[in-house]
Design a protein around this ligand. Structure first.
Ligand SMILES: NC(=O)C1=CN([C@@H]2O[C@H](COP(=O)(O)OP(=O)(O)OC[C@H]3O[C@@H](n4cnc5c(N)ncnc54)[C@H](O)[C@@H]3O)[C@@H](O)[C@H]2O)C=CC1
Ligand SMILES: O=C(O)C(=O)Cc1ccc(O)cc1
Length: 311
């Protein structure tokens, strides 16, 4: 997969990315590859990460303070864990240029919108975002320029946000290869609870349960992990800080979805206990059709296959 060739003119004067992990470094790489910003500034709270970003050469300037990072920036994108968004907003607030656009990439939107609004001045535009694209890896070496290509990027601008600011951010994501959708933070958080947050929780849980059982099975968990379990271990290898913050900041929607999930699981348990094969068969037939429709619309392009190419 490749990105389109560089633009003749940058879309943005000065773009600042704060938090140079998987997502922040992927934005830097995509913006650089397509020449989307006149000047590309990076900042990370970790000195080791800042040094690595300098070595990788993926920014024009690696700032050493939040103040230096955002000075003169037209767009600032916060790419730190959801629980750190408020502190970063507070640190940059006094140094922002009036009229600047402040965005983020957090996997939760309601809590982040509140944190940004609490700390940022009224003379900047807040346009929160979430690229629905990622991997189980973290850090500046994990990023790649095509991460967002053909993926969704969801924007959740508060009511009354300047349409020109939304259009500018939308244009940036589109130029990085993403498809842009706009929705409310509440809707985003419910949809992502079912499609991303609870699936991650299930993966963490099944791998934890298997690890607890391992003493009983004497490492058969590892030996036979070529099956469906292996797919769960990939998801369960995702960053602990990031995912702790996701669950602490989307509690309401996650608990709502978990309630439904638990009810459905109990129904399956009952069907197995009473040998109601038709119930199991009907559900598995429906879920197979869902998987196939996802493949048809091209949303499942990069998933590891583990040798089961016939599905
Ligand atoms: N990992 C994924 O697949 C996806 C993650 N996201 C969201 O993107 C954000 C970043 O995630 P990743 O890039 O995966 O994380 P990461 O762990 O790879 O990078 C986060 C970076 O933020 C820095 N950081 C943490 N606190 C900071 C602070 N107070 N000030 C400055 N820098 C700070 C860390 O040093 C680290 O380099 C999170 O909010 C996450 O929810 C969104 C889509 C996908
Ligand atoms: O690695 C995977 O399968 C993911 O699901 C990546 C991911 C993680 C968090 C997000 O908010 C969006 C995408």
């Amino acid at each position: 997969m490749v990105l389109d060739p560089p633009l003749a003119q940058p879309l943005i004067g000065r773009l600042t990315v704060i938090g140079i992990g998987l997502i922040g470094s992927s934005i830097l790489r995509a913006v650089k590859a397509r020449g989307l910003a006149g000047t590309l500034v990076a900042y990370d709270g970790s000195e080791a990460v800042r040094d690595r970003v300098r070595d990788l050469g993926i920014a024009d300037l690696v700032a050493t303070t939040p103040a230096q990072a955002v000075a003169g920036a037209d767009i600032v994108i916060l790419c730190v864990p959801v629980g750190a968004m408020g502190a970063v907003a507070e640190a940059i607030a006094p140094h922002l240029t009036p009229g600047a656009i402040i965005s983020d990439v957090g996997s939760v939107k309601g809590a982040v919108v509140n944190a940004l609004r609490a700390h940022l001045p009224a003379n900047v535009h807040i346009v929160p975002g979430h690229p629905v694209a990622g991997t189980e890896y973290s850090g500046p070496d994990a990023g790649f320029a095509t991460l967002f290509k053909n993926r969704w990027s969801i924007l959740t601008p508060p009511e009354g946000t300047d349409p020109a600011a939304v259009a500018a951010l939308s244009g940036l994501w589109t130029a990085m290869g993403a498809n842009v959708e706009t929705m409310t933070p509440e809707h985003h958080d419910l949809v992502l609870a079912i499609t991303s947050h609870v699936p991650h929780l299930i993966a963490y849980n099944i791998v934890g349960t298997a690890a607890d059982l391992e003493a009983v099975t004497q490492s058969e968990v590892i030996k036979y992990s070529a099956g469906g379990f292996r797919d769960f271990t990939r998801i369960a290898a995702s960053d602990p800080t990031m995912w702790r913050d996701v669950f602490l900041n989307n509690r309401e929607a996650v608990i709502e979805v978990l309630g439904r999930f638990t009810e459905d699981l109990i129904a399956l348990q009952r069907a197995i206990r009473w040998a109601e094969g038709d119930k199991l068969f009907d559900l598995f037939t429906r879920t197979r059709a869902i998987r196939r429709s996802i493949i048809e619309i091209g949303q499942e392009t990069a998933a590891p296959d583990f040798g089961r190419s016939h599905d």
